[in-house]
Design a protein around this ligand. Structure first.
Ligand SMILES: [Zn+2]
Length: 142
């Protein structure tokens, strides 16, 4: 048995109907044996997929992906929390501050974090300044 969601093109009414097989559906359709339950029109089509049939696999893997993504987000948030507690936020001055940390040995700052462009990071690395790029989640994405 197979369940199709049928839709009436005449009145937009949709309803579920059971068939022995997809072939049986085609047969009934050709013979105009399919009627809208509401207005009795024969202008009835099946919608692309039977909901009973799609659910099984796609939902599961989607669900799993969601869980994995949340786990990663949790890790990143933990990391962010650590950085926020132990490092000084310098915003867009990151490249400047990173250099002053690197070249000014008297600078006793423990560590900094902030934003930098790709170019700035390439330059910093070329100069031997330690910088790590990490993914960052804005809190509003919760
Ligand atoms: Zn109808």
């Amino acid at each position: 048995m197979i369940k199709y969601k049928l839709i009436c093109k005449n009145c937009d009414f949709s309803f579920d109907s059971w068939f022995a097989s997809s072939k049986e559906y085609e047969k009934l359709k050709i013979k105009n044996f399919l009627n809208c339950h509401k207005c009795n029109s024969q202008n009835v089509e099946k919608t692309l997929m039977a909901p009973k049939l799609i659910n099984i696999n796609s939902t599961n893997s989607l669900e799993k992906k969601k869980i994995r993504l949340n786990e990663i987000k949790d890790k990143i948030r933990e990391y962010q929390k650590f950085i926020k507690n132990n490092f000084d936020y310098v915003g867009e001055n990151f490249a400047y501050e990173a250099r002053s940390l690197h070249y000014d040995k008297k600078n006793k700052k423990k560590g900094i974090y902030g934003t930098a462009t790709k170019n700035e990071i390439t330059e910093l690395k070329a100069e031997g300044v330690e910088a790590e790029v990490i993914p960052w989640i804005e809190n509003k994405s919760n």
